[in-house]
Design a protein around this ligand. Structure first.
Ligand SMILES: NC(=O)c1ccc[n+]([C@@H]2O[C@H](COP(=O)([O-])OP(=O)(O)OC[C@H]3O[C@@H](n4cnc5c(N)ncnc54)[C@H](OP(=O)(O)O)[C@@H]3O)[C@@H](O)[C@H]2O)c1
Length: 188
């Protein structure tokens, strides 16, 4: 798999390292950088206020998969968008012919640090998106880095997944509970 990672901060750099270890071709893309033509999956790992600049520099991503991990958190740990849209839907609107999949926004970078044993449950990566084939590719990417995918449905569900990202940020930083927590959905 050929992956471009836009944004090389805590999440982007760790995901890049894990994917490389797993044998993927990974191109880090920094500020103002264009996404290589042969990258089939573009992981968007920039802060919310930078999303539109990063997309403008990335070029036309028609047909490509955008794995969007952005949590639209603004000042005071408040959600910066929601109710009638989401960061994921804004990204889809900006790149209408790309295939946007929300993924990784509910997992802290610190949980990408270690391998999970066969007998323990790895952190869940909740995803949503409208393109089933694109979601299947993102599921493979999640499994490649040793995490557990959980499909939450169509892209509109990002309106609910982004507040879950907001919840863990609130717990970790607003309430000082640390970043070694992850939400999971179990079936009973
Ligand atoms: N940290 C987490 O645990 C976590 C978990 C889930 C989701 N997220 C989400 O993931 C995204 C990245 O978070 P992070 O914690 O990795 O942030 P971070 O450590 O602050 O890193 C952000 C990176 O994006 C780069 N960047 C900024 N604007 C850019 C642009 N226009 N084009 C290309 N690169 C650009 C920054 O480069 P410069 O150094 O030049 O500024 C930096 O390398 C955010 O949307 C966040 O909400 C984070």
């Amino acid at each position: 798999v050929n992956v471009a990672i836009v944004g090389n901060g805590r999440m982007g750099s760790k995901l890049a390292a894990l994917l490389k270890q797993a044998g993927a071709t990974v191109t880090p893309v920094g500020r103002g950088g264009a996404v290589p033509k042969d990258a089939t999956i573009v992981v968007l790992a920039v802060p919310y206020p930078e999303v539109m600049d990063a997309l403008a520099a990335a070029g036309d991503l028609s047909g490509r998969i955008i794995a969007d991990m952005v949590n639209p958190i603004g000042p005071g740990l408040q959600l910066a968008t929601g109710l009638t849209t989401s960061a994921a839907e804004e990204i889809q609107r900006e790149q209408p012919r790309a295939r946007v999949v929300k993924a990784f926004n509910t997992v802290f970078a610190e949980l990408l640090d270690r391998k999970y044993g066969k007998r323990e449950k790895p952190p869940q990566v909740m995803i949503c998106g409208d393109d089933a084939a694109a979601k299947a590719e993102v599921v493979k990417l999640i499994e490649l880095v040793g995490l557990e995918p959980y499909d939450c449905g169509p892209l509109v569900v990002a309106r609910f997944l982004e507040p879950i990202g907001g919840l863990i940020v609130h717990l970790a930083y607003g309430q000082n509970r640390g970043t070694r927590i992850a939400p999971r959905l179990d079936q009973y």
